[in-house]
Ligand binder design. Structure first.
Ligand SMILES: *[C@@H]1O[C@H](CO)[C@@H](O)[C@H](O)[C@H]1NC(C)=O
Ligand SMILES: *[C@@H]1O[C@H](CO)[C@@H](O)[C@H](O)[C@H]1NC(C)=O
Ligand SMILES: *[C@@H]1O[C@H](CO)[C@@H](O)[C@H](O)[C@H]1NC(C)=O
Ligand SMILES: *[C@@H]1O[C@H](CO)[C@@H](O)[C@H](O)[C@H]1NC(C)=O
Ligand SMILES: *[C@@H]1O[C@H](CO)[C@@H](O)[C@H](O)[C@H]1NC(C)=O
Ligand SMILES: *[C@@H]1O[C@H](CO)[C@@H](O)[C@H](O)[C@H]1NC(C)=O
Ligand SMILES: *[C@@H]1O[C@H](CO)[C@@H](O)[C@H](O)[C@H]1NC(C)=O
Ligand SMILES: *[C@@H]1O[C@H](CO)[C@@H](O)[C@H](O)[C@H]1NC(C)=O
Ligand SMILES: *[C@@H]1O[C@H](CO)[C@@H](O)[C@H](O)[C@H]1NC(C)=O
Ligand SMILES: *[C@@H]1O[C@H](CO)[C@@H](O)[C@H](O)[C@H]1NC(C)=O
Ligand SMILES: *[C@@H]1O[C@H](CO)[C@@H](O)[C@H](O)[C@H]1NC(C)=O
Ligand SMILES: *[C@@H]1O[C@H](CO)[C@@H](O)[C@H](O)[C@H]1NC(C)=O
Length: 708
């Protein structure tokens, strides 16, 4: 009996050894190391809805990297001459009888674009003092022997340096369940009373569309207020609390959770506070700083540390994993693996909040901190393929939350007979920021069908079918009435005014764009399938429109951006400098009926040749790789993912490139989506790792789902 058990356990054990990727080893291999602060990107800890950017001290001693969240937003005050009635009565323009929210009175429009805007919650740094307790002006050049590492497996930043010959170590963790940072400092300087911590608070406003690399203004202390309260009655583990008010929004910073300290405001004219450890006999200081929109209890240092270690380990061990370095001869595998591991880390910090992420995640601010519903695919669809449903679920109910405003947009504002039109540039209320492109873009519309389909594949449950029913019904309803019947051709047109993915065509001249037609057909078909699964009939209009959508525009043997585009558009800078979505209609999208694989391949190759690739950025490269992979050119797919204009810096931040600030996380999202597809395959693919070259690559895959 014992012998049989032993034999069995040996078999099981050896199977596991064969089957299991050495995840810890692979993750740790790419732990970032720095010996100086970067002037462009922080090292980060966080949890998806809250992130903390650190300089080389592990805090924000020298550089004011952001502390941002998915919940901290504010409105600017109304400009002189404007009342809230100007805001609520804003209507924009009427084009051909349809009301759109752009144009119209300029001031209310601009206010609605830049409000609400996202708030940088503050700054935490080390404070150096002389032996008399006087604050010293120390700069990074004064530090020696700097060595900083980020342990990806546990979410720990460890920063070591010496100052005046004394060693200092700082450990930084982010809470995984609240918006809090826990820090631990070890140094003799603490015993000498020469080291403390400061907190500071910026003014935030909507005066700039982009705020990068730093967010907020530190010189506008008159425009906002802070006040300090000290006492153990403030909340569990809370010893002090700073209330920060910007116009009508108030944020609380609670400090405690560790060793005793005293805290004081540096000057009544500023918002900087200094923390002095109570004990001069200890060479360690631990502290938790928690941010919230409500007074709260805070976790103690050791529980934040334990939670970070446990949560990150679960993330790395349970979700999807690809190993392409163990056993690949191709030297490119190492850099690709590095990008994957670091993207997996940073996406979990920046792109897993309760609303879709902004392009720069929680690192800095773009588009006033708002998010774009068409970009939600590139930010978050990879979570589905990598099986991180807990992270995707945080934001995925955005479609049911925004259903009322989207029904309103379609039916009340724009006068369609049925359905919901999803917004583009959006804030947590579901409001669409005014703008011609914001109002006229359409490729965000089928996205919920993709997310729903992935969820159904993962759960196979009736609950999933029912949960999405109303959202998908309203989505397809609007798609079916948006397509306009052309009485002379008998086809349903995607007709002006509209903006295509590339946002560079004249909206009044853009008919039947190729990518959008393919996506419409795919989406309506998916909606029909959903109703069939539920045992319901689909409205006839869905099938009628799907079967009679206008043909994909073809000229001279390739698909073209839209019907009627000038035939030499391939060499016209107007049309070849933005997203090359023509490669998306077979690659990113699966083959839809009416797409010819031969024409799609010829089109993709022509795009590679003619598009101004030096003006491509971010997710273009993931999309190009997906097209190459599906068209059977795995070598080219690898090349796109390692293109010189598609860069990830030393900590894995996706570089914005020619068009946008760094980081630009849709680049990382497209990398992870493309890698999942290339490694685990797509519907109908047969080879193992079908997107990778057969020579020189050995790709092991765990827990990644097949792409559409
Ligand atoms: C810091 O690291 C870089 C490489 O990452 C190296 O070139 C440089 O010499 C190092 N500087 C110091 C002061 O150690
Ligand atoms: C605080 O933010 C949360 C979302 O994180 C929200 O549900 C809650 O209503 C907010 N509370 C206040 C007082 O604004
Ligand atoms: C900003 O103002 C708008 C319009 O008045 C309002 O709906 C929204 O709740 C406000 N948001 C914040 C964060 O104050
Ligand atoms: C605000 O509304 C009032 C009343 O309609 C109007 O006179 C005024 O010009 C508006 N202000 C702005 C800045 O649009
Ligand atoms: C598009 O059409 C609308 C109204 O039909 C017009 O107001 C607008 O100026 C046109 N835009 C362009 C770029 O031609
Ligand atoms: C601190 O020193 C730096 C140079 O190292 C200088 O630029 C800065 O103005 C000083 N700040 C203060 C408050 O003295
Ligand atoms: C604060 O700095 C910004 C530039 O960063 C400047 O535009 C603004 O005028 C300054 N404000 C004050 C009060 O000095
Ligand atoms: C796949 O990942 C999910 C979530 O991360 C996890 O719950 C599940 O156990 C994993 N499955 C396998 C086979 O590892
Ligand atoms: C019908 O389609 C043709 C060819 O696409 C186009 O030229 C025409 O303008 C369309 N007619 C209407 C009424 O939209
Ligand atoms: C598109 O494919 C459908 C089959 O799904 C077919 O009925 C229809 O005629 C095709 N349309 C065109 C324009 O080729
Ligand atoms: C058709 O495509 C071929 C190959 O790209 C090109 O040589 C030719 O000039 C094109 N003809 C027209 C009319 O655009
Ligand atoms: C291609 O993009 C580069 C980089 O943005 C730009 O400088 C150049 O003018 C573009 N070329 C054309 C033909 O549009």
């Amino acid at each position: 009996m014992l012998g049989i058990l032993l034999a069995l356990s040996i078999v099981v054990w050896s199977l596991e050894v064969i089957a299991t990727i050495p995840r810890h080893t692979l993750v740790s291999r790419y732990n970032p190391v720095r010996n100086a602060s970067s002037s462009t990107t922080p090292m980060q800890v966080g949890n998806g809805f809250f992130a903390f950017g650190a300089d080389v001290t592990g805090l924000q001693t020298f550089l004011p990297w952001a502390i941002m969240s998915d919940w901290a937003w504010k409105n600017d005050s109304l400009p002189v001459g404007m009342t809230s009635a100007n805001i609520t009565s804003y209507r924009g323009v009427v084009w051909d009888g349809v009301q759109y929210e752009f144009g119209g009175p300029a001031d209310p429009q601009q206010w609605l674009i830049s409000n609400p805007n996202r708030v940088n919650l503050g700054r935490i740094g080390l404070l150096f003092r002389d032996v008399h307790g006087q604050t010293l002006n120390v700069s990074e050049e004064d530090l020696k022997n700097i060595h900083q590492t980020l342990d990806l497996w546990s979410g720990t930043i460890t920063s070591r340096f010496t100052y005046n010959g004394e060693a200092v170590t700082v450990q930084t963790y982010a809470s995984q369940s609240t918006s809090a940072i826990a820090l631990y400092v070890h140094s003799n300087l603490l015993q000498q009373g020469r080291l403390g911590v400061f907190l500071d608070f910026p003014w935030n406003d909507g005066s700039s569309k982009f705020q990068a690399p730093f967010v907020g203004y530190w010189n506008e202390s008159d425009l906002h207020t802070t006040s300090l309260r000290v006492g153990d009655w403030l909340g569990e583990n809370v010893h002090a609390q700073i209330t920060h008010t910007e116009v009508a929004s108030t944020f609380f910073t609670s400090i405690g959770g560790g060793d005793g300290f005293s805290i004081s405001r540096d000057s009544p004219d500023e918002h900087r506070y200094s923390i002095t450890p109570s004990s001069h006999s200890s060479e360690t200081l631990s502290l938790t700083v928690a941010y919230s929109n409500d007074t709260t209890s805070i976790p103690i240092f050791s529980s934040v540390e334990a939670e970070s270690i446990a949560t990150w380990e679960t993330y790395w061990t349970s979700g999807g994993f690809v190993d392409m370095v163990t056993g690949s001869a191709d030297p490119r595998a190492d850099e690709l693996q590095r990008r994957i591991i670091l993207s997996r880390y940073l996406m979990r910090i920046n792109e897993a909040g309760h609303t879709p992420p902004q392009e720069s995640g929680l690192t800095n601010t773009g588009w006033y901190g708002k998010f774009h519903m068409e970009m939600y695919f590139w930010h978050c669809a990879h979570w589905a393929l990598w099986n991180d449903w807990d992270l995707l679920y945080r934001s995925l109910d955005v479609y049911s939350r925004f259903l009322p405003t989207s029904l309103q947009r379609a039916q009340i504002q724009e006068g369609f007979s049925t359905g919901a039109r999803w917004s583009k540039m959006t804030d947590p209320s579901g409001r669409s920021a005014p703008g011609e492109i914001n109002e006229l873009l359409i490729w965000q519309q089928p996205h919920p069908l993709v997310f729903a389909e992935y969820e159904y594949r993962a759960t196979q449950s009736r609950t999933t079918l029912e949960k999405w029913r109303n959202v998908l019904h309203a989505t397809a309803d609007w798609m079916s009435v948006y397509a306009r019947k052309n009485t002379s051709t008998g086809f349903y047109d995607l007709a002006p005014p509209l903006y295509v993915v590339a946002e560079d065509t004249d909206p009044n001249a853009t008919w039947n764009p190729a990518f959008e037609l393919a996506y419409w057909r795919f989406g309506l078909g998916m909606a029909q399938t959903w109703m069939t699964r539920l045992g319901e009939d689909s409205p006839d209009a869905w099938g009628e429109v799907k079967e009679h959508l206008a043909p994909l525009p073809i000229e001279n043997g390739t698909y073209v951006v839209y019907e009627g585009i000038e035939s030499d558009f391939w060499t016209d800078p107007t049309f070849i400098n933005d997203h090359p979505a023509l490669v998306g209609l077979y690659g990113w999208l699966p083959q839809t009926s009416n797409v010819s694989i031969d024409i799609a391949k010829t089109t993709a190759e022509k795009v590679w040749q003619y598009w101004n690739i030096s003006n491509c950025w971010g997710w273009d490269f993931g999309m190009l790789a997906m097209s190459a992979a599906r068209n059977g050119d795995a070598e080219q797919a690898i090349e796109w993912l390692l293109h010189p204009l598609f860069q990830f810096d030393d900590v894995g931040m996706p570089i914005g490139g020619v068009r946008v600030p760094t980081p630009y996380f849709p680049g990382a999202g497209s990398l992870l989506y493309a890698i999942a597809m290339m490694a685990a395959g797509w519907d109908g693919s047969t080879a193992e790792a079908p997107g990778f070259p057969t020579q020189g690559w050995r790709v092991s895959v765990e827990n990644i789902s097949v792409a559409l």
